[in-house]
Design a protein around this ligand. Structure first.
Ligand code: F6P
Length: 553
């Protein structure tokens, strides 16, 4: 039960709460302290500021927090009724208030045999029915029982989708490529730029290609344009409308639009409006993932998600991995003035993970008003970006070490590699640990001088250090670990959104551009010079493009 006090505090402007003010006061003191001092003060810091949950070891010792900061952040979470928000999500309350929807991606990974009744219906029954249909279909394709129109076996799978209907599938495919069936070749087409489709299909045999058209709404301009291009490409080669049934499947919540496009609903895998696009990689949107890694590995991935869900739901906040991860991110963003978070996986298979997290975090928490429509009054989501190590070290790390911006880092590493090549894995991980160490402790001018560096070069070779980072270390990248890792970031995003008091599950910010693109699209297509009523810059760009554009197909 929520106390009256907690309810009142949860509704007060965030920056006016006593917990926020206390954190600001503490930050003013902690900002003056260097990580060198925090480590010197506590010989056990490395062990104390770490958490082991669901196979993930989370080390936040190199974050600029102390016990008081963590305690105050936990108090803030309590005051903002984080517990109530978590319970509301898992119960199926309509916490996506601006769209009046439940937010139940956690239901997608609940095991069979449980029940979750929302609006009088057991949503888990539907979840498992779709999972079983997906498994049957994937086994048929993988075994060769599913044949193309000319009787050939499927060898190429092209996922067409954008945003959550692309980033989750492509990230998971790349992450779990080691577990994938190498007899199948996977491509991902998202961009409305025809080059994406053309390059993905140029060397494919239509008779052996399966298109998985993924779109929650089935109205997304980019996806429909690419799906129509795929249809034309398929028909041009196979010359028969009946081929569509063998070469196209759809994943959507919109049966009517799928039918209108010409895909047989028997070849459609559904999901529900309570699954947000960026939270959908473990729904039927993961069909290409299941085709690649097989149903059992997909179930293992779901088990990893579920294990993190249970940890998040049940563990006291002070030992709760997503809660601590989210609170530390919020501390950096709101109290230390850190504007961005670099996600740095030291694992080549996670090369699309930063891109996946960009949508997850920034589409969720890139908001400026609260659920009640009032200004949040504090900074919200940091800019999230990243690249796998060690590549990033030879590109942008210079700025993190010696630039003027404040950047926090999440390092992600694995103790085992799927591809041992000489001692390269040790080299990789040595680099990961070295970067965390260098960022935290830096190198003082005195240390540089003591090395005999000429005075003029001392400022150039000095590293200020004190750059906050966390390290997530786990045994190996397998389906279960991937599920746990993604769920960690999903819930960490939730924690931050709950404290900022925003709706993390809508995305109205993408609408304006879509509307304007429709209007401009008509102006570009018009045969007669259209009368333009945009600003003078946009008008000039439209005219110039109309004069200079190349021929269309
Ligand atoms: O970018 C806006 C958005 O609605 C995302 O939230 C979503 O993942 C993406 O477009 C694709 O939407 P759909 O799956 O409906 O095609």
């Amino acid at each position: 039960m929520k106390s009256k006090t907690s309810r009142t505090t949860a509704e007060r402007p965030l920056a006016a709460t006593q917990q926020w003010k206390a954190l600001q006061r503490l930050a003013a003191t902690l900002k003056r302290r260097h990580l060198r001092e925090l480590f010197a003060d506590d010989a056990q810091r490395g062990e104390r500021c770490a958490l082991d949950a669901v196979g993930l070891y989370f080390d936040y010792a190199k974050q600029r927090v102390d016990e008081r900061a963590v305690a105050l952040l936990l108090a803030l979470a309590q005051a903002r009724d984080l517990r109530g928000r978590i319970d509301a999500m898992f119960r199926g309350d309509r916490i996506n208030t601006t769209e009046d929807r439940s937010v139940l991606h956690v239901a997608l990974r609940m095991p069979k045999g449980k029940r979750l009744v929302v609006d009088g219906r057991d949503v888990l029954a539907g979840v498992h029915e779709v999972l079983e249909r997906m498994a049957v279909f994937c086994e048929r394709v993988r075994s060769g029982a599913w044949k193309g129109h000319t009787g050939e076996r499927i060898r190429h799978v092209v996922n067409i989708g954008i945003g959550g209907s692309d980033l989750g599938p492509v990230m998971a495919y790349e992450a779990l490529r080691h577990y994938s069936d190498r007899a199948l070749d996977f491509r991902f087409v998202s961009n409305v730029d025809g080059t994406d489709f053309a390059e993905a299909t140029r060397d494919l045999d239509p008779a052996r290609t399966l298109f998985v058209v993924c779109s929650k709404t089935f109205t997304t301009q980019e996806t429909l344009a690419n799906a129509h291009a795929a249809r034309r490409w398929c028909l041009a080669a196979l010359g028969d409308e009946r081929a569509i049934a063998k070469h196209f499947v759809a994943v959507s919540t919109n049966r009517g639009e799928v039918e209108r496009f010409g895909i047989d609903p028997a070849n459609m895998f559904g999901f529900w409006d309570w699954v947000g696009g960026r939270y959908s990689m473990d729904s039927a949107i993961g069909l290409s993932t299941m085709l690649a890694i097989g149903p059992q590995n997909f179930r293992d991935m779901l088990a990893g998600f579920h294990a993190m869900d249970e940890h998040f739901r049940k563990t006291p906040f002070e030992r709760n991995l997503p809660v601590l991860h989210g609170l530390i991110g919020l501390w950096n963003a709101n109290f230390l003035g850190v504007e961005s978070l670099a996600v740095l996986p030291y694992e080549q298979y996670l090369k699309r993970f930063p891109a996946y997290l960009q949508q997850l975090t920034m589409e969720s928490n890139g908001k400026r008003v609260t659920r009640a429509g009032k200004p949040v009054g504090v900074e919200t989501c940091p800019i999230v970006w990243g690249e796998p190590g060690t590549n990033g070290q030879h590109s942008f790390y210079q700025l993190i070490h010696q630039g003027t911006r404040k950047i926090a880092c999440d390092f992600i590493g694995f103790c085992e590699t799927a591809n041992p090549v000489g001692d390269q894995h040790d080299l990789l991980i040595a680099n990961l640990f070295a970067q965390g160490e260098a960022l935290a402790f830096g190198k003082t001018a005195a240390e540089v001088r003591a090395e005999g560096v000429p005075a003029a070069l001392v400022p150039h070779k000095t590293f200020p250090g004190n750059h906050p980072s966390s390290t997530i270390l786990t045994r190996k990248l397998d389906p279960r670990t991937l599920g746990a890792l993604v769920a960690l970031y999903e819930h960490s995003t939730f924690v931050q959104g709950a404290i900022w008091g925003i709706d993390s599950f809508d995305q109205w910010g993408v609408e304006l551009g879509k509307v304007l693109a429709k209007r401009i699209g008509a102006e570009l297509a018009a045969t007669k010079t259209p009368k333009l009523a945009h600003d003078s810059s946009t008008n000039a760009l439209i005219r110039r493009y109309r004069r200079q554009r190349g021929p269309s197909a």
